[in-house]
Design a binder for this molecule. Structure first.
Ligand SMILES: C[S@@+](CC[C@H](N)C(=O)[O-])C[C@H]1O[C@@H](n2cnc3c(N)ncnc32)[C@H](O)[C@@H]1O
Length: 217
């Protein structure tokens, strides 16, 4: 494993419980969860990349009837997730190395995880996410607002085009810029982001692409 990822993996193995308690209810996740549920009916399939210990997102989605697949690099996070959310499926894997069939999910979520991945691996992962999403599917993500893996993050959400074929590619949205929100830390994970971005403001950003060079990876 490359040294950068190994630091991240070992870090979350060591800090899993400090970052998130078993029964924590971080407030700002409830807003994101509600917005996702407005768009994806219960029963839909959701992929959570960098799911952590599954609390709160995988837990709350699974309890609401969604078919959740969580993926995380940290063995400790995945072991906890399997205990805390027994009705979801969890994979101990590097999100950048995953492969799923086209149109496997109604939504993909990645909260505070993409920013840990090497910059060069993010664009191809975004391409694959666009491919894994069903046409009209939703992508809920926190990202860096500039080219670094550092602590400043933005909240934003993208949607694949309703008419997109299975090899749809998620593209950068045009028009509005996202609004910054502060990064949570172990000591402030209940802090409310100052101005969460309404997911709807980022809809319609998908672009169809047939037979792209990377496929679904
Ligand atoms: C800040 S935590 C966020 C966890 C969860 N998404 C949440 O919001 O509570 C970041 C998580 O991303 C995971 N992660 C980082 N890089 C990853 C990768 N390449 N593949 C899968 N998971 C990764 C870490 O192990 C960690 O559990």
């Amino acid at each position: 494993m490359d040294p950068h990822k190994d630091v991240v993996r070992r870090g979350y193995d060591a800090l899993s419980y400090l970052y998130r308690g078993d029964a924590e209810e971080p407030k700002h996740y409830a807003t994101w969860l509600a917005q996702l549920q407005e768009r994806v009916p219960a029963g839909g399939s959701v992929l959570d990349l960098g799911c952590g210990c599954g609390v709160p997102l995988a837990r709350d989605l699974a309890a609401s009837g969604y078919a959740v697949t969580g993926v995380d690099l940290s063995a400790v996070q995945i072991r906890r997730a399997r205990q805390l959310v027994p009705t979801a499926r969890f994979l101990h894997a590097d999100a950048t190395q995953l492969s799923f069939p086209p149109s496997s999910f109604d939504a993909v979520v990645s909260l505070y995880a993409l920013i840990h991945m090497p910059l060069g691996e993010q664009p191809p992962l975004l391409d694959r996410i666009g491919c894994w999403l069903r046409p009209g599917g939703w992508f809920l993500v926190t990202t860096g607002h500039s080219l670094h893996e550092g602590p400043r993050r933005w909240s934003s959400c993208y949607r694949t085009a309703a008419t997109a074929p299975s090899t749809a590619r998620t593209t950068a949205p045009s028009g509005q810029r996202p609004t910054p929100s502060p990064a949570p830390s172990p000591s402030s994970s209940n802090a409310e982001p100052r101005r969460p971005v309404p997911m709807g403001s980022w809809s319609g950003a998908g672009r169809a692409r047939r037979g792209g060079p990377r496929g679904c990876g």
